[in-house]
Design a protein around this ligand. Structure first.
Ligand SMILES: [Zn+2]
Length: 79
């Protein structure tokens, strides 16, 4: 039996994007922080544990692929 007492190292990527709300046509800003951790279960398809740079690559890819919904909360309620 294995017990992991080590705290997993978080790797974060923050994105802030400005777009247009499809309901009112005004500017809308969205920000989000993505986080992956370097841990023994975070593996590559070949079974090796992801290195710090591979985890950073993965979190960056996820952040770059993020497609936010620019609809304002108040506009969403109206539509
Ligand atoms: Zn709006």
């Amino acid at each position: 039996m294995y017990t992991y007492t080590t705290q997993f190292t978080p790797v974060r990527a923050r994105r802030e994007v400005t777009g247009t709300c499809p309901v009112c046509g005004k500017t809308s800003k969205r920000s989000r922080t993505f986080e992956h951790t370097i841990n023994p279960f975070n593996k590559n398809p070949d079974g090796t544990v992801k290195s710090a740079s591979q985890v950073r690559e993965a979190v960056t890819a996820e952040a770059d692929a993020w497609q936010p919904d620019f609809t304002h909360q108040k506009c969403e309620a109206r539509s």
